[in-house]
Design a protein around this ligand. Sequence first.
Ligand SMILES: [Zn+2]
Ligand SMILES: [Zn+2]
Length: 364
Amino acid sequence: MPEPYAVLGVAKTATADEIKKAYRKLAREFHPDRNPGDAAAEERFKEIQGAYDLLSDPDQRKQYDTFGAAGPGAGGPFGGGAGGGFGNVRFENVDFSDLLGGLGGLFGNRGHTRPRSERGADLEARVRISFDDALAGTTVRVPVEVEAVCRVCAGTGAEPGTAPRTCPDCGGTGILAANQGLFSLSQPCPRCRGNGVIVDKPCKNCRGTGRERVTKRYAVKVPAGARSGTRIRLKGKGEPGVNGGPAGDLHVVVDVVPSQLYERRGSDLVLDVPVTYPEAALGATVQIPTPDGPVALKIPSGSEHGKLLRVKGRGAPKLDGGGRGDLLARVQVTVPKKLSKAEKEALEGYREVLKEDPREKAFS
Ligand SMILES: [Zn+2]
Ligand SMILES: [Zn+2]
């Protein structure tokens, strides 16, 4: 049977919840009711169902993780995990039409097995954007290296001018039957590895695989308010599927260059605003920058160092639907390093008249 984790597109470490979610999504997509008459979708649906049956049962999952598809002690040519794409013999949810040679449609009828379809892998790409672009939203071009049909051999894997020929060992079925008493077990043809065809002269460009790596460029819209770690999913832009399976997804992860001025706090922006001691003590109105240009900020009298003053709606756009965060102006009381004679005298005078002793409260 196909690798159940790959069928559901989840990691081996996926939680039961993640498995259920992946299953629901895929089952909806490939349900026969939604794909009437589509045999590939039906087959895929069965795979999805089979994979979920196995992985949703903690005991079966554990057994699979430990022993592979065949289960403990099954022996025979189908030992754990070996031939990935070959799913005719199931030891779990045994389907006797598959086990009894000649009865199942796979063996009796046309003689050609269709290779199993698989979903393409998901890809991840990172993009780095400026702080301003993250606030305003932008479109970036993302180069992605994906697998594609080889342009030289058009996917046959054979050198141009030559053609793949039918495998003489299995007559093109890709399957060899081996009689073992009552059951006629079948296994993938070793000569053509289940493909049914043999390539005598492999294509040089793809070394016979029929596929090659190509770089595709996608224009990706980064929403206003994106931050480092924001993920954008492009459905179907990952690796192409195998044998008619659906393509994987492309996940674009945003990386935002930090701002010299602002610190991101969710959709709020924190801005340090230096003020002098008299401004903090007596209050003042000062000019501060915002993403939309400067505004006047009122510092209330008695503002302590570190106090946050909220400027409504001047933060970053909110990613989850509409509105903007706030700008949080953080009061930074500065101490002058160099004093003129007049300043020194003024401060000495201030020291004389100041009654408050801040240590009195702090250390009591
Ligand atoms: Zn090729
Ligand atoms: Zn063969």
